[in-house]
Design a protein around this ligand. Sequence first.
Ligand code: ATP
Ligand code: MG
Length: 239
Amino acid sequence: ELWPTEGKIEVQNLKVQYPNDGSSVLRTISFCASAGEKIGIIGRTGSGKSTLVKSIFRTVNPTYGQIKIDDVDISTIGLSSLREKIAIIPQNPTLFNGTLRDNIDFSGEHPDQELWEVLRKARLIEEHTSINQEGNRNVEPLTLDTNIREGGNNLSHGQRQLVMLARAFVNKSKVMILDEATANVDLETDNEIQKTMREEFKDSTLLCIAHRLRTVINYDRILVLDSGYILESGHPYKL
Ligand code: ATP
Ligand code: MG
């Protein structure tokens, strides 16, 4: 019931091959994230970063190897349970049809004031409303009651990712996995969000896939993926 309590992630000899595709996309990936560790994962496009995320969320099945979270092999956990307990922000998220409030707090247990604060932290609304109104005269600012339609197609790609981040702020998980969650926001916003994430997820294990090394420069460790292998692993300043 309480799993995961620590958030230790072990990826052991993971191989992944997509059906009807000759070569392995991940070829023997192994690493361990200790409880609370913040790991940045970078690598060129097509190197297999999202495939690693999908393996943890079990949208693809490995052809070999296993992933353990707090010593439990995730293939033994029910899919819905796994996806409920682990927070993943996919590279291209789909939202629910409903209000923004429904999308960040399914339980409906959190007071509006807290949810507004979360929208601010996720940079979905500006701290200084006046600047927002100056800059975007034609754009209606988001509110908790904004309707999300067609899986979120009435929001930008970056905004959909920030909604997922807001959801993760509301429903804290011991394991957080972000697949380029801030790739579609400007650098300054990215820096601010990373700072907020360090505070919000200080007790969680974080795997953060990033396009820019800058995004994850303050992380404990960086893994560099290249054509399905871990090419390098080390402290961000040593790479
Ligand atoms: P990006 O930085 O562009 O997001 P990535 O590192 O996340 O890239 P992946 O999405 O993991 O890369 O893809 C790795 C390889 O797997 C690519 O060569 C891609 O073509 C292939 N691939 C990804 N998804 C599938 C799929 N559903 N079926 C077949 N091949 C796939
Ligand atoms: Mg990807």
